[in-house]
Ligand binder design. Structure first.
Ligand code: ZN
Ligand code: ZN
Ligand code: FE
Length: 764
């Protein structure tokens, strides 16, 4: 007597070959029934011999396709109804959309082999893909994930592609973006005024020639345009820098394979895995020498950002050029990446000599993700292509909440049920283009998941454009908005990623965040959870002359801390590099600002303390990108040095304790006078901070300590602090797939917002 088994499978189960897998499994076991995708996941019914059915049950779980992730599986047993054969049914589109949209997946080995095989019909075809690889997030128009709901809907399958698409035994069975040179997207090479120079394979050859010649290429990729040039050509890299108005910030490189990566950087086994992963991010790696690529690629940096090709187009281009390529976002500095070829012509015309474009529309942008390996694991610093929009599972059931992030490195988040969907990196909300991208990403998220937020959470800073947007949007939609303190959001983001409710001590260190007292926070020790926090301790405050202007001038931060300790005498200390870096007139002006506190906001910023020390050691007086001085300080630190300067914790009655850097500053000046070298000084500073963190954690007495905020992108600080805290018996919580910087803020905002909403409704 047969039985019928019904299954409902949720998670990352669409666009990964799940239905063909079920088909092959069921038919192989002689079972009949059907399988279908709908907007909630994969549904199936199989019937037949009970033994074969139980084999089916086990193998569905054990042999899932490589890219699938099952997050929930319900099953029930029913009476058989006599199905004949096994069918893959067409998708249904009713109910709540809870299926996961997959990130874009880097070209698989099978597809790569095919495009390099002259006998294969996809030889040199730049848009080959299959159920195990290819575009997903960047081409989805709607759910369920089916070809008519992607930007491939305009390309009718040719007979050969259709046969593969319909054959359950083929690797391309129901591969929605599948294509070939007969029926799929095509390349064109354009001049900077949009005239066609070449089509198809010739366009690729022409682009490769241009790159070899030293031209800058604007190349339409998976989630937007790259600007590319030969990384070995000093003049080409220099041209790209000046055209992009990007003076010092390192450029990422794309290399053809792991062997090419090994010729440029030290590749650990973990790094090799990450480079070759389906996410294919930019990985920050210790470079082998200064001479392997043009000096202008990453001036003065001990690391190179390397990535492998993520699409057949990039594989073919890299092979045709035969050199590592600079591959930087197609935009002006810090603006959103360009996705459309006509828009690219106007926005990138001044930057590129040749355009390599294609006719597969990019529905939404996705920059390259950036990952650094620290404390034994990959840590995502910029979360975009390959990672977005995979949700972060959380330890509680959430109402629908939208969170809009802070100001720089913005990413938005949507809390839904037991998950928080984190958007791709949007960028710094400082231009109208960035604000447009911000609004577009929000509208896109709400539409895709058909979400109607019950609350919108934003940063506590009253003037951030994201705050203003959220407040207005809340009024328009008749829902509450809720301000979340910046460092509280950092703490809760770290708790959430670790599926911990807390409480914990959050060492939340960054450059800037609006405090509850209206001052600029940034060197905080917050004790709490999503429900609230107390400020247990913070770095000793100081006045920062020029406020935001000081962010690009570490010498100002140095003068600020010197003034705090020595008063006016600070300006006479000609032996100090940051003092010498100001003219007499400038010093008079600074003195006035500091004395009467005009345009000199009070801050406890750890980022600015890094700046001050970098300036005092003589590493950096002015910077050109965020975090540059801190990176220089980290890079300079001699890892063998274990001495530290005093950084005492001073308890105060009725107020947060102070981590007092004054003795640290005095010891630093003594060491400078003695001529201790910069490497040892930089290391001593890091070691002192680790001592200070450990001391404060012991005083707070919370067993869990979260290290979060932009300062923890610093590997030396992260590793030494984590190691020390673990040795002292603390449970240390670190970020992994959610950035420790402001790219992770919106996750924390969602959870704090959820708690607030429960209070409003009297649930907690
Ligand atoms: Zn493939
Ligand atoms: Zn075809
Ligand atoms: Fe921050």
């Amino acid at each position: 007597m047969g039985k019928r088994l019904k299954m409902e499978i949720r998670g990352a189960v669409q666009g990964v070959g799940f239905r063909p897998f079920v088909y092959r499994l069921a038919t192989g076991l002689g079972l009949s029934g059907w399988v279908l995708n709908d907007i909630r996941g994969v549904f199936l019914e199989v019937e037949g011999d009970p033994e074969q059915l139980s084999a089916f049950r086990e193998r569905v779980r054990a042999e899932t396709p490589p890219r699938a992730r099952i997050q929930g599986l319900d099953e029930s047993w029913l009476d058989p109804i006599g199905y004949e054969g096994f069918q893959i049914r067409t998708s249904e589109a009713k109910g709540t959309k809870t299926v996961l949209i997959l990130p874009d997946i880097a070209t698989c080995q099978d597809c790569l082999t095919e495009i390099l095989d002259p006998e294969n019909r996809r030889y040199r075809y730049p848009f080959a893909n299959c159920t195990n690889c290819g575009p997903r997030f960047t081409i989805v128009l709607d759910l369920p994930y089916d070809r008519p709901n992607t930007t491939m809907r305009g390309f009718a399958l040719c007979p050969d592609c259709r046969a593969e698409y319909e054959n359950p035994l083929d690797r391309r069975f129901h591969a929605q973006p599948t294509a070939c040179s007969v029926c799929g997207p095509r390349l064109e090479a354009w001049t900077r005024t949009g005239e066609t120079l070449a089509r198809g394979d010739e366009a690729l050859t022409l682009a490769a020639q241009a790159l070899r010649r030293g031209d800058v290429l604007a190349c339409k990729g998976l989630g937007g345009f790259h600007l590319m040039c030969d990384a070995r050509n000093e003049a080409a890299v220099g041209r790209l820098r000046s055209r992009k108005a990007r003076e010092d910030k390192p450029f990422a490189l794309m290399v053809r394979d792991l062997a090419a990566a090994r010729s440029l950087a030290e590749i650990s086994p973990a790094a090799a895995t990450l480079l070759e992963s389906a996410e294919a991010p930019i990985v920050l790696l210790p470079r082998l020498g200064e001479e392997t690529v043009a000096r202008a690629v990453a001036p003065g940096r001990p690391e190179l950002g390397l990535m492998l090709p993520a699409t057949p187009l990039h594989h073919l281009l890299l092979r045709a050029v035969g050199a590592p390529l600079v591959a930087t976002s197609g935009n002006l500095s810090e603006e959103p990446i360009c996705t459309d070829e006509l828009e690219a012509l106007s926005r990138l015309a001044g930057m590129a000599d040749v355009f390599l474009v294609h006719d597969r529309p990019i529905e939404r942008h996705a920059d390259d993700s950036i990952v650094r390996i620290a404390a034994g694991a990959p840590r995502v610093l910029r979360r975009a292509r390959g990672y977005a929009p995979m949700p972060v599972p959380v330890a509680e059931e959430l109402p629908v909440i939208l969170a809009v992030g802070a100001h720089i490195k913005t990413a938005v988040a949507l809390g839904l049920g037991g998950r928080v969907f984190l958007s791709q990196h949007v960028g710094d909300l400082e231009t109208p283009e960035a604000m447009n991208a911000f609004r577009r990403v929000i509208a896109d998220f709400l539409r895709l998941y058909e979400a109607r937020p019950a609350l919108v959470a934003h940063d506590l800073h009253p003037d951030y454009p994201s705050t203003l947007w959220a407040e207005e949007w809340a009024v328009e939609h008749g829902i509450p908005s809720f301000a979340v303190q910046h460092h509280h959001a950092h703490l809760v983001s770290c708790l959430a990623e670790n599926e911990t409710l807390g409480p914990a001590l959050g060492v939340t260190w960054d450059g800037t965040g609006y405090g509850t007292d209206g001052t600029v926070w940034g060197g905080e020790f917050l004790r709490g959870d999503a429900g609230g926090f107390t400020r247990f301790a913070h770095l000793k405050p100081f006045r920062l002359p020029g406020g935001e202007a000081a962010v690009r001038e570490p010498r100002r931060a140095a003068l600020a801390v010197l003034f705090e300790v020595f008063g006016d005498d600070a300006f006479a200390r000609e032996e100090l590099a940051p003092v010498r870096a100001f003219s007499t007139n400038e010093r008079t002006l600074l003195a006035q600002m500091l004395e009467n506190g005009l345009n000199a906001p009070v801050t406890t910023s750890a980022g600015r303390l890094f700046d001050a020390v970098a300036a005092l050691i003589g590493l950096s007086q002015r910077t050109r990108y965020e975090g540059q001085a801190a990176m220089a300080l980290e890079a300079a630190a001699d890892p063998r040095e274990d001495a530290a300067w005093p950084l005492p914790l001073v308890p105060r009655e009725g107020a947060a304790a102070l981590l007092d850097w004054e003795p640290l500053l005095r010891a630093l000046l003594e060491d400078l006078k003695r001529g201790v070298n910069a490497g040892r000084l930089a290391a001593r500073f890091h070691n002192s901070l680790v001592d200070g963190i450990a001391r404060t954690a012991e005083a707070a007495g919370e067993m869990r300590v979260a290290l979060t905020g932009g300062c923890f992108q610093n590997r030396l600080l992260l590793e030494r602090a984590a190691e020390r805290l673990s040795a002292l018996g603390f449970t240390v919580l670190l970020h992994r797939e959610v950035p420790p910087n402001d790219g992770g803020i919106s996750l924390g905002q969602v959870l704090v917002g959820a708690r607030h909403l429960k209070h409003l409704h009297g649930i907690v």
